[in-house]
Ligand binder design. Structure first.
Ligand code: GDP
Length: 475
């Protein structure tokens, strides 16, 4: 283990040196894009690339507004061993005769966008033009939930996971798991069918929690296996520790698999993909959590807390070492799908996301990269409309319902100006004042913008998000 970390450290060091040498000539900015399943990562990355390639509707990106971006092109894949983000396939789904949303993220992928731009000030006088390689790394937010687990041994992780499954938020999803656990004897000799049954029951519990909108579920790879589906390192579950467990017991085998999981699944992800990230955007489906109720929102705040822990300066030494001492300096939490609300309510959505972020920051005792919260829609699928009902003016959004194919105008509900009571309800279990029954989400189909590709996709504040994430690196 120690030897392994040392060798990895040396290799990481060598890689970092080479990076720095080439980075001096043509700087690279690695942008991490994450968020839980269906938070909008694929749509975000696709829209970001399409907007930069076409350089349409980007007035909020300062270097573009100043006319300093000369060209953008998809560059050579920086790491040949990492799957390429399927930009072209996603774009053709969105711009076909019948626009469809692209297939969501299931694993890690990467793509390089090279930007030629005219720098400002002193640098401009020297060179006239520069290149920035923007390496975008898209990965499931579920995998970040493994960070706390990296510091635990099996007995500690299992005790915490078992206790968590009994909390009021989670217990309703754990009935199947409880039955499987009751039928198992952790001290009995290990047999593969018993291990598989327990692992399947645990994964079933995690999936049920996720389907109910819960976020902070671990181990993350059991939910999003990527290419490791069915491998032994994923075939484990938490078990209570028996007194003196025999070496060939089910418990001891599970403990070995837990260590394997850390070594061959979680650790390589952090080292190979997470380590080099300079800037990170975390997409959060605030509206989805709001529609599902206080438990989902409370869990989302917990998930944000865990995420901030990953990016906090002063992380545990082993984690910093694994990451080669590199640190991200900007972290954006973007509430996606803001096009489900009329623009009158966007400020309230941003305020709610900011309040969730500050609650999470306080819990994680967060100090580190500059953070920001925004409400965005990577692709705007709706138009705005107004109506009066019973003398009251209503601000609606109109779009095509993807399930029925019909054009609909909806009043999705009203977000409060002061988000504090919602946060208190989510974290304290107080149900009063929850706008649940007033909140409606419609699965809007993507807009038809294929006919005017030169414009880039319609969006809400994607350009502002991009400015926060890369704008200063194009100066
Ligand atoms: P991923 O799992 O994080 O990669 O999520 P996706 O990017 O695939 O998004 C999941 C779904 O959310 C999409 O299929 C769309 O239905 C919806 N969605 C994502 N982004 C937007 C957006 O900007 N506007 C709207 N209206 N829907 C979106």
């Amino acid at each position: 283990m120690v030897l392994g970390s040392l060798a990895d450290g040396l290799l990481d060091g060598a890689g970092a040196l080479a990076d720095r040498a080439s980075g001096w000539l043509e700087p690279t900015l690695r942008l991490g894009v994450t968020g839980l399943s269906r938070s909008g990562k694929t749509v975000f990355v696709t829209a970001l690339i399409a907007s930069l390639l076409r350089r349409g509707r980007l007035a909020g990106l300062v270097p573009e507004a100043e006319g300093r971006i000369i060209a953008a092109m998809i560059g050579r894949q920086p790491d040949p061993a990492v799957p390429r983000f399927p930009f072209e396939r996603n774009l053709s789904a969105l711009t076909g005769a019948e626009p469809r949303w692209p297939e969501p993220t299931r694993s890690v992928s990467q793509i390089r966008l090279s930007l030629r731009y005219r720098p400002t000030g002193f640098a401009a006088a020297l060179s006239g033009r520069s290149t920035l390689h923007l390496d975008i790394v898209d990965y499931p937010g579920e995998w970040l939930a493994d960070i706390p687990l990296m510091e635990q041994d099996y007995a500690d992780w299992a005790a915490a996971a078992l206790a968590e499954a009994e909390t009021p938020r989670r217990a309703p999803h754990a009935a199947g798991w409880r039955a499987a656990l009751a039928a198992a004897d952790p001290a009995a000799r290990h047999g593969e069918p018993a291990a598989e049954a327990l692992a399947a029951a645990w994964a079933g519990y995690l999936r049920a929690g996720r389907d109910a909108g819960l976020s902070a579920l671990s181990p993350g790879r059991l939910l999003m296996p990527g290419d490791l589906e069915g491998s032994p390192a994923l075939t484990f579950a938490p078990l209570p520790r028996p007194d003196r467990p025999p070496r060939d017991s089910l418990w001891a085998e599970m403990a070995r698999r837990f260590e394997d999981y850390k070594r061959v699944v979680a650790r390589p992800f952090f080292r190979d993909h997470f380590a080099g990230i300079d800037r990170q955007v975390v997409l959060v489906d605030t509206l989805g959590a709001l529609a599902r109720g206080p438990a989902a929102m409370g869990d989302l705040i917990e998930g944000m807390t865990a995420t901030l822990g990953a990016f906090r300066h002063g992380r545990p030494w082993w984690f910093d070492r694994l990451l080669g001492g590199r640190r991200i300096d900007r972290l954006l939490f973007a509430a996606t799908k803001a096009d489900h609300l009329h623009s009158e309510q966007h400020a309230n959505l941003a305020a709610l996301t900011e309040a969730m972020l500050s609650e999470a920051s306080a819990r994680a005792a967060y100090r580190g990269a500059e953070t920001r919260a925004m409400a965005i829609a990577a692709i705007r699928a709706t138009a705005e409309q107004e109506a009066t009902r019973g003398g009251e003016r209503l601000a609606l959004v109109r779009g095509r319902n993807a399930e029925t194919g019909r054009e609909v105008a909806v009043f999705p509900g009203r977000l409060p100006e002061n988000p504090r009571p919602l946060i208190a309800a989510a974290t304290g279990g107080e149900m009063a004042d929850w706008p649940e029954d007033r909140f409606e989400t419609v699965p809007f189909a993507p807009p038809d913008w294929g006919g005017r590709p030169e414009n880039g996709p319609p969006h809400i504040r994607l350009d502002k998000a991009l400015d926060f994430l890369v704008g200063d690196r194009l100066e």
